[in-house]
Structures are given as C-alpha cells and as structure tokens.
Design a protein around this ligand. Structure first.
Ligand code: ADP
Ligand code: GLC
Length: 478
C-alpha cells in the first residue's frame, strides 16, 4: 500500500482553468484502494465556490518564513467523492477573482504554496510515501524537500514524481528575486539546477530534483526531447530520458457520460445516438440563434483561446470554412485577438457561427453532445482532454497529429473501415481545411460510414482504468 499526496494548483470541482484540474480531480478516485491511498492538496483560493469552501473543516494553523516575512498557513480538510482534500489557506496569496495573475505575483504565491504544503504534511495525519507534483506551480517542492526537509527524520524517505502537463509554462523569473523570495542558497542557482538563461526556473528545479518525471502522453514525452517542442529544456529532457515516461490521461467517465449527463436534455449512448443525439443539436441551435436544421454539419470548439490550440490556422480559413452547409459553435476564453476574431465571424455569419466567449461547464457539455465534429488543430498538445470528451459524446474529432491528439484519435481510413476521427500532419491551414472538407463530405454523402466512425469513437475506452494502473506501477517501483 502506498500513500500518495497530489500537490497541485487546480482540481475539479474546486478550481479549474484547464485540463490539469480535470486530471487532479479525477485520477485519485480511480486507483485501486488496496494499492494506493491518494489524497490531494491545493490552495484554498477565495474564488472557490462558496458551497464548497463552507464545507472545508479547519485543522490547524502555523507560521512559516518567506520573503523575509512570517506568513500565516491555515490547513483545512474535506472529503469529496470519496477523496480526502487538504487546503492551504492564506488570503493574502490566494485571494482575488482568479487562481493566477501576473507572473511576478504567481512566483511568490507558489513559492509560498510549496513551502507551506511541505511544512503542513506532518500535521495532516497522513504520511505520504510519494508526493506527486503537477506543473511548474509545484516545481519547488522537490527542491525544498532536498534542501531542508530531507534532513528531518519525517521527510527523509518521501519520494517525488513530477508530472509535466504543459512544458510551455515553467515559472521563470529574475534569479535574484527568486533567491530572495525562496531563501534557497546560491548552490541551487546554477545551470544544472534552477538557473535557466540567467533567470530562475521552477519547473526545471522540479524536474532536476524529482525521482521520476512523467508527462501526459507517450508522443509528447518523445516530442519534448526535440527543440521544436522542448521549450528550451529539450537538453534536460534528453538527459532525463531514462527517467521520463508518458502516461496518457483519462477522463472521468462518470462526469462525462452522455447516458446520464444531467447537463444535456437528451441522453444517449452508443446504441441510441442515431435517434437521440441530433435532438441536442436542435436545442443548441435554438439556444444560440443558429439556423435550426438537424442535418446541418455542426463543428464545435471548446478551448482556451491561445496560440497552443492552433487558432491562427482557423482564423486563416474562416471565410472558406463558413459556408452555408457548416455551423460553427465556439466556447472559450483567452487571448483577445482570438476572442475578437470569433466575435467578428459571429457577426459576419450570424446564422451559422456562434462565438460564446465565456467559461461554462454546462455549456461545454451541451457543445460536446450537440456537435457532429470537434475541431482541435493544436500546434502542440501534451495530451488534450477535449478530444476524449468529444469521442465519449459521439462527436468526431478533427485534430492535428501531435502529442496526445496523435495517441488518441485514429485517422479514418475509408478503405479499411477504420478510424475514430480525422487528422492532418502539418501545421498548415490549407491542409486542415482539406481535412475538414473531407469530413464534411463523409458526413453529408456517406452517412452510414460517418455513423460507423461515431460508433467506433464511442467504443474507445479513455477512462482512467488503464492509466491509473500505470501510475500505480510507477509508484510501486519508486
Ligand atoms: P488544456 O488543459 O490545454 O486547456 P485540455 O483539452 O486538456 O486542454 O482540457 C481543457 C478542459 O477545459 C476541458 O475539460 C474543456 O472542456 C475545458 N474548457 C476549456 N474551455 C472551456 C470553457 N470556455 N468553458 C468550459 N470548459 C472549458
Ligand atoms: C495541459 C495540456 C493538455 C493536457 C492537460 C492535462 O493543460 O495543455 O494537453 O490535457 O494539461 O494534462
């Protein structure tokens, strides 16, 4: 039996800005209880919904030194869906409307979080064999553990795993300031440790000092060893290659189940989708003011609107894409240039394009359920959960062959009756448009084939079953 403590900056249902929260909030539920007792520790942000905050039970508090000040650390606990969650409270750091703000603030916030989290472990009443860290916000944990905590009896046998959900974000800031904030000795700020092009890099620290590094798909684990995807850490990734493994994400098959989902009106499964799924399309067309026609090819996008997601390819071909036989539904927030781009086309092709520039869990489920196809032409994609949600809801993914997209979507092959979606290789707008048009042709002119693609997609299994087992094995072998 292994005790594993996940430490992260997000977890559903408390706080979510992307797929990281889905993973941290669902994977712990799917371990074999006899093998792994997994618990989760996150910040107690004031923007966590009140209904949840109110259920958190105060355990204790103490003070730590950080950035030349003494800082309050409150520790709270609550059980959710069978998993024990711990929360670190400090309203100075975790106040405000969002979990993240400017990088210089976040750098101090997550230095505090890492130090506070490690200091809190002895009072949790749960001694982890393994601390499983996620992304740059927790990068300092293996470093602090090495520095001072490892010297204490309590900490000395704790192992660490660092999972990279996105190598693009590393937590980089001025070296002198980081030294000041963290109180770490000069020894840690050399190019083989936290230093990175004269700055300090949290994720790099986490990678260097953890016992095992994982990322969220086998393809991404390979890609980040190359300069194109390596975000200037490809050298380190190659050096760590023996200790780096890609384990594919799953999704929560209870929360994302078209058969029982309360957020959609017409439930369906792999047997009934032909008769039921389109009703969700009609509902959504009505709700969003689109032309109401059950036969119209509806493409969905649910995404952070950033360069990572390949939106410049879409912008480039919008006028070609928006023909009368296509409807496009977008749900997302992010870079202003993309938000405004979609707003513009919503205005220009009002009855065929709907830009929903906001964040809504409810609306996302409606889009996954209503659309025929789901577009995700990412420039890079460590794993991607949206395409897995789309597959689960019988919505055919159209993706670029990169990272987790490549590992989860099998390209349609009309000669061999194979495939669960459509894909293209090069980061090229015309190539993408060609594939979308191919999908559209199959949808309109070979409906039986289309339905077989849906059928095969709904039969794939991207629940946590397989991947949770892989993490269990990894913990066992540490
Ligand atoms: P990333 O973590 O890079 O954003 P993923 O595909 O791994 O990409 O996960 C994205 C998650 O965020 C999915 O659960 C998706 O449904 C959700 N999501 C993204 N944008 C929105 C939005 N505007 N409203 C609701 N959910 C969203
Ligand atoms: C990151 C990646 C995404 C991945 C998610 C969860 O946000 O961008 O591809 O699915 O983390 O691991």
């Amino acid at each position: 039996m292994k005790n594993v403590l996940f430490i992260a900056s997000e977890a559903v249902p408390f706080i979510k800005t992307g797929g990281l929260a889905d993973v941290v909030g669902s994977l712990p539920k799917y371990f074999d209880n006899e093998e792994v007792d997994a618990r989760v520790l996150i910040p107690k942000y004031t923007c966590i919904p009140w209904e949840l905050r109110q259920q958190m039970v105060y355990k204790t508090h103490f003070y730590i030194d950080l950035a030349w000040r003494s800082q309050y650390v409150g520790v709270f606990e609550m059980e959710y869906d069978g998993v024990t969650y711990y929360f670190i409270d400090n309203e100075f750091y975790f106040g405000g409307p969002k979990p993240y703000s400017w990088i210089h603030e976040d750098i101090e916030k997550f230095a505090f979080f890492c130090k506070a989290a490690l200091s809190a472990i002895p009072v949790l009443g749960f001694k982890p064999d393994i601390i499983h860290c996620h992304d740059w916000q927790t990068g300092l944990i293996p470093v602090y553990l090495h520095e001072r905590f490892a010297q204490g009896e309590f900490y000395k046998d704790i192992k660490t795993v660092m999972t990279i959900h996105n190598l693009k974000f590393q937590g980089i800031w001025d070296l002198k300031k980081v030294k000041d904030i963290t109180g770490l000795a000069d020894y840690y700020f050399t190019p083989d440790k936290l230093e990175f092009n004269d700055d300090a890099n949290y994720l790099k620290g986490g990678i260097v000092y953890s016992d095992k590094v994982t990322t969220v798909s086998p393809s991404y684990a390979e890609e980040i060893k190359t300069p194109f995807y390596g975000e200037n850490l490809d050298g380190l990734m190659n050096a760590k290659a023996n200790n780096l493994v890609g384990i594919l994400n799953g999704i929560d098959y209870e929360a994302y189940d078209p058969k029982t989902d309360k957020r959609i009106k017409h439930n369906y499964d792999q047997v009934t989708f032909r008769k039921e799924k389109y009703k969700n399309k009609l509902d959504l067309q009505k709700e969003l003011g689109l032309v109401e026609d059950k036969n119209k090819f509806m493409i969905g996008i649910v995404s952070r609107l950033t360069d990572q997601k390949g939106l410049d390819l879409i912008a480039y071909v919008m006028d070609n894409l928006c023909s009368d036989d296509v409807e496009l539904v977008v749900l997302g927030t992010g870079d202003e240039k993309y938000e405004n781009m979609f707003r513009h086309y919503d205005w220009k092709y009002n009855s065929n394009v709907s830009a929903n520039i906001y964040y809504s869990e409810d609306m996302s489920h409606k889009v996954y359920a209503a659309c025929d196809a789901f577009l995700m032409p990412s420039l890079f994609e460590p794993c991607g959960l949206s395409q897995l949600m789309a597959l689960r809801y019988g919505t055919v993914p159209i993706v670029r062959e990169t990272g987790g997209l490549k590992d989860t979507v099998e390209a349609y092959n009309e000669y061999e009756n194979k495939g669960t979606g459509f894909s293209f290789a090069n980061y090229n707008a015309d190539e993408m448009l060609y594939i979308i048009n191919y999908a559209k042709d199959v949808y309109y002119n070979h409906k039986r084939e289309w339905n077989k693609i849906v059928d095969r997609g709904m039969l794939t299994d991207f629940s946590w079953k397989t991947s949770a087992k892989k993490y269990e094995d990894l913990y066992k072998n540490l």
